[in-house]
Design a protein around this ligand. Sequence first.
Ligand SMILES: *Cc1c(COP(=O)(O)O)cnc(C)c1O
Length: 393
Amino acid sequence: MNYNVNEKGYYGDFGGAYIPEMLYPNVAELRENYLKISTEYSFKKEFDDLLKVYVGRPTPLYFAKRLSEKYNTKIYLKREDLCHTGAHKVNNTIGQILLAKRLGKSRIIAETGAGQHGVATATVCALMGIECIVYMGEVDIKRQAPNVARMKMLGAEVRSAKSGSKTLKDATNEAIRDWINNPIKTHYIIGSVVGPHPYPDMVARFQSVISEETKWQLQEQEGREYPDHVIACVGGGSNAAGLYYHYLNDKRVNIIAVEAAGKGINTGHSAATSALGKEGIIHGSKTLLMQTQDGQITEPYSISAGLDYPGIGPMHAHLYRSKRAEFISIPDQEAMDWGLTLSQMEGIIPAIETAHAFAVLDIRKFNPKEIIVFNCSGRGDKDLDTYIEYFKL
Ligand SMILES: *Cc1c(COP(=O)(O)O)cnc(C)c1O
């Protein structure tokens, strides 16, 4: 079984590029160039240097002593929350901005839901002095005021998407329209392992630095490169893809993916795509997504904005269908409780997205000798208002 993308842009049954004809040239330019450029020595050097001096990599692989004692197993945290801007997303935006520069692009567009990807994109545009336009649903602009302010401070223009439900999918439509109208000088930075081929593979490769580092860090600390389990939350799936990447073909490593069950899988208010999703097309790729009987995309729900997405990337759909990965969904309440537990047991306040992953410890039993690596995808500063309201802090 192959878990990486094939030459046609598919992961098993999923992936491909289902796009309007007017986007063919843009996507073809990317497809024909992304591997050649991103594997060149000069690209890799600039990417690695920026990850080191700007993002702050390598991020620590931290042995969580108190948590390990309580659950009687060996628990490590890959500290992506310590990346500049507070999460893993910047690994990808650094990679894509370097690629855009080499393709001669002078204008960047992106879409964002909660604003985290918008901030990561605005950050690298400021770093490179490149024009940045971020599309965001009108409703999300109101809900996510601090991130809108961050993007503006970083010099980005935030454009409001006023159609439909005025949320992420409408912002995506606006971004695609913009790209069709500006095919020559504009690059579209997608923020997760979603979208038409080559985006899922490209983003997974940029995020794969997470497992590349984990391998040598585990070697140093445990005398072997591989853990028994890797666990990550899945919105679109980029932080998970980064942690899984170098272990995909290593069957000694069990892969666990954690989705948001929201108010409960069967309440109509969830984002548990693997449990509820059916095959369909979203953002230009064939994957699993939550939809009605007649194929309309269902509005997802999760208390964490970053997991509030109606699909999963095609790599994850394939990991699910081929049973290479175990999928678990965690409701809001358990995730919120883990936000508090991780804070008070390890002194690490996680993003609510991240907190979902840890709830696996209450569901699955692990042996004392087993090594588990959790991806600590982001820090909780952005979620403080939600924590305050929920726990009446
Ligand atoms: C955006 C985000 C996620 C979800 O995105 P993926 O592409 O699934 O990684 C998870 N954690 C944090 C902290 C995020 O900001």
